[in-house]
Design a protein around this ligand. Structure first.
Ligand code: FE
Ligand code: FE
Ligand code: ZN
Length: 280
């Protein structure tokens, strides 16, 4: 069994997101820790968090997957942007402790012409300034499509970041199916081979969450355009293989497909149905 949900608006607070997830049939969800484009973060209401925790308990939720703002770039070339990004990361991780034991996913960064090696060095330095041994959150590096100068375009780059970070046990990977496919990993023709490669380079025990998306573009296109489940170039059958793969069970799967509520509810129902077929 996997946990399944989608990315939800956080403007009405934590309990409201939990209720929304339940309405859509989900048992996990994702949310932005703050405005995805700007920098402002709302104060957290501990009572609201408590009500969400009770709801999650009642409905058997899996771990949540918070998403860092897109503006965060830990390897930005401009020192003020990088400093602002590090401060956002540190503030977000402190705030995550109000809701202990979940995932915080971020895009490693874009090196903007400085080169991947320099980018990796800057990212690990930022993580080393921000993670601490007692934190309860696991920070997830997202697999990237390799658009522009994105760091994390292959498993090797993610492994290098993880290896160079001090609090390595606080790090994991979020496997985005659209990004991995766009990055050149053929999860349609050889899913087992891709997972084997992930296991060899990073270790499947570090694959903590999945962003579950179809892709508008062919394998290796480095485009990063998400499509609805079954309507893109990855397709229904391959995505079903991912969601029901024995090595990927017990993890939260987050839909980031171009949908409204109705579309998400339908995708969640579809995916839950696959799990049932699999049991026979
Ligand atoms: Fe993302
Ligand atoms: Fe994603
Ligand atoms: Zn994407």
């Amino acid at each position: 069994m996997i946990f399944i949900g989608n990315h939800l608006a956080s403007s009405k607070g934590f309990e409201a997101m939990g209720k929304h997830a339940v309405e859509l049939g989900g048992d996990t969800f994702a949310f932005f820790t703050r405005n995805p484009r700007g920098g402002s973060a709302k104060a957290i209401d501990p009572e609201d968090v408590k009500r969400l925790q009770e709801l999650m308990e009642t409905h058997g939720f899996g771990r949540l997957v918070a998403h860092a703002p897109y503006t965060m770039n830990l390897c930005a070339e401009k020192p003020n942007i990088r400093q602002f990004s590090i401060e956002m990361l540190q503030d977000d991780l402190k705030r995550m402790e109000y809701l202990p034991g979940h995932y915080y996913n971020f895009h490693p960064g874009s090196h903007v012409g400085q080169g991947a090696e320099k980018g990796i060095e800057m990212i690990t330095d930022a993580l080393n300034q921000s993670l601490w041994p007692e934190m309860s959150t696991t920070v997830l590096l997202e697999t990237m499509a390799g658009k522009g100068s994105e760091v994390g375009r292959n498993f090797e780059e993610l492994k290098e970041i993880m290896e160079k970070t001090d609090c390595r046990d606080k790090l994991g990977v979020c496997f985005d199916t659209c990004h991995v496919w766009d990055g050149g990993y053929d999860i349609v023709g050889d899913l087992d081979g891709v997972l084997k490669e992930f296991d060899r380079i990073i270790g499947l025990e570090h694959l903590k969450a999945v962003h579950f998306n179809d892709s508008m573009n062919p394998c290796g296109s480095h485009k990063d355009r998400h499509e609805k489940i079954g309507q893109g170039k990855i397709g229904m059958e391959a995505l079903k293989q991912v969601a029901t793969h024995p090595l990927l069970q017990d993890r939260p799967f987050i839909l980031e497909t171009p949908n409204e509520d109705e579309g998400y509810a339908a995708e969640i129902a579809l995916i839950k149905g696959w799990a049932k077929d699999g049991k026979r």
